[in-house]
Design a protein around this ligand. Structure first.
Ligand code: MSP
Length: 522
């Protein structure tokens, strides 16, 4: 089972393209694994508790539950617009999640992993955590990223994180795919060396924060939002769930054969996922063989700057989808960023990549393969005569690009997979230009050769429809329909072979799948 999750998005504001990117990336990987023939469980959701939600709801004069319902709908609507194919949906106000968080807290308490103490210190309201001197900037102040910082003294519950950090260091050093890309693992190890072993404060007193999951053995406190949120990866996977809870069977999802994959942004590797979560799992008795793999993606920035409300440069994915279409948006979000690195969001590049790679290259291949087949061979596909060098080169290009596509997808590198895909589509268009079916058609003596050339284009298009599926499922179905081979969308990678289009098959007629985007700025 390939169990893939994303971060769960905060519900204190509307979704932006950063959220959209992560969900599309995970969706492409989940769809790719289904295409590979794997069983897939894809979980995403929303992080609904915490001080920020409580404060925003208070400001608006509404109940936090009502507030998060409204924001949650914005996310679910967007995921449906973008065709996100999650199997599970995590909402941290779900009673089944709450029960799991409380069971975990009780188990850790019973094991002696939790203790209570009083702490006086600086507290960041924005990040909902106590700060230490290490969080001060060069001038000795707490930087703007911490927002409002207040000095407070508080009694709270702590998790003995420091008992697990030696294990964590050893685990990270010996596991090749604990954190990908590898340079992120170095960042995590550096952070561990800089900050060895402080315990984690996992509660908040209710008089300050009531919008959270109550600590089961000390009802004056709620659970720290990160401790609560991280548990979604196991709670919605059925960990310690009632058999009739409508959740998956945990033992099938969380296995050593195929360790779970968490797709997260670079900002939440250290300390949340890379330290807190792995140590929490370790404390719960999870062994190295079942530690999740962390796929850490970079950020979409705007002209090198972080997107932020204060800079007023937040990009709304709904607007982009309405303006350019979901295919253009999905394609751009995974095409113009290398998994792990940052990229600059640029609507002109979105239009340019869509117009060149989809409208001009793939759209053109689709249009010319089907149009010429209909015009010159009545739409009937046939092998024609013997294959010449150009045909064999086209066949090996398909074979090689498919292998490169698979290997890139297996390494979570969607941009490289799309490049491999695009290189074969381009090869097909160059082949068409060189073979000139329109010239061959002028002399009936070339009929066999013409059939061979068209068969190569149509066969390539059939493969392209299948390989495009994980990234652009709708366009993939449209190509399959136009080829009159709707069954292509049900194929899996092991089914791919030269000969998907049977001898004598009659193709359908083309209609534009990727109409060019015409904008004043394009
Ligand atoms: N709620 C926490 C995650 C809890 S996971 C147990 C959170 N939420 S978030 O809404 O701030 O971010 C959700 C995801 O979106 C994170 O993985 C984050 O890295 C990602 N992104 C937020 N801004 C982003 C960009 N500008 N670009 C790409 N991804 C970004 O953190």
């Amino acid at each position: 089972m390939f169990y893939i999750t994303t971060a769960i998005d905060y519900t204190n504001g509307a979704p932006h393209i950063g959220h959209a990117y992560e969900k599309v990336l995970a969706d492409v990987l989940a769809r790719y694994r289904r295409l590979r023939g794997d069983d897939v469980q894809f979980l995403t959701g929303v992080d609904q508790h915490g001080q920020k939600v409580q404060q925003t709801a208070e400001r608006l004069g509404i109940d936090p539950a009502e507030f998060v319902r409204g924001i949650t709908t914005k996310f679910t609507d967007l995921w449906s617009t973008l065709g996100i194919s999650h199997d599970g949906w995590a909402e941290t106000t779900d009673p089944r999640h709450k029960a799991c968080v409380q069971a975990i807290l009780q188990a850790l308490k019973d094991q002696g992993q939790l203790y209570k103490k009083t702490h006086r210190g600086h507290y960041s309201v924005r990040q909902e955590q106590f700060l230490t001197d290490r969080d001060r900037d060069a001038s000795g102040a707490f930087g703007a990223e911490w927002g409002e910082v207040v000095e407070i003294e508080e009694e709270n519950w702590y998790f003995k994180l420091s008992e697990h950090t030696d294990w964590l260091r050893g685990y990270l050093k010996q596991s090749a795919d604990a954190v990908l890309p590898v340079f992120r693992k170095s960042e995590l190890l550096n952070a561990l060396d800089r900050n060895p072993g402080t315990d984690l404060c996992i509660s908040r007193p209710k008089d300050r924060l009531h919008w959270g999951i109550e600590i089961p053995f000390d009802t004056g406190f709620v659970t720290y939002v990160w401790f609560d949120a991280l548990i979604n990866y196991v709670s919605f996977a059925g960990f310690r769930a009632q058999p009739d809870a409508g959740l998956p069977d945990f033992s099938k999802l969380w296995t050593a054969d195929e360790r779970p994959v968490h797709v997260i942004g670079k900002d939440i590797l250290v300390p949340a996922h890379g330290i807190y979560w792995l140590c929490m799992l370790h404390a719960l008795g999870f062994g190295d063989a079942v530690m999740p793999r962390l796929i850490v993606h970079g950020w979409w920035n705007i002209r090198g700057e972080k997107m932020s409300k204060s800079l007023g440069n937040i990009i709304d994915p709904d607007e982009l989808a309405a303006r350019f279409g979901t295919a253009a948006l999905r394609y751009y979000l995974v095409r113009d960023i290398v998994t792990g690195k940052d990229a600059d969001f640029d609507a002109e590049r979105l239009v340019m990549l869509y117009n060149t790679e989809l409208a001009n290259e793939l759209g053109n291949l689709c249009n010319r393969a089907l149009n010429m087949s209909r015009r010159y061979t009545g739409g009937v596909v046939s092998r024609g005569g013997p294959f010449d060098d150009a045909d064999l080169a086209l066949q090996s290009s398909l074979f090689d690009s498919t292998a490169a596509y698979k290997s890139a997808m297996d390494q979570f590198d969607v941009a490289a997979a799309l490049e491999a895909f695009g290189s074969h589509v381009h090869h097909c268009n160059v082949y068409a230009e060189r073979m000139k079916p329109w010239e061959l058609a002028k002399d009936s003596a070339n009929q066999e050769r013409l059939a061979t050339v068209l068969q190569h284009l149509v066969e390539s298009l059939a493969h392209a429809a299948v390989l495009l599926g994980p990234v652009l499922p709708e366009a993939s179905s449209m190509i399959a329909e136009q080829l009159a081979l709707p069954q292509l969308t049900g194929l899996q990678l092991p089914d791919l072979h030269w000969g998907l289009v049977a001898e004598g098959h009659q193709v359908g007629s083309p209609s534009p799948i990727f109409p060019k985007i015409l904008t004043p700025e394009a």
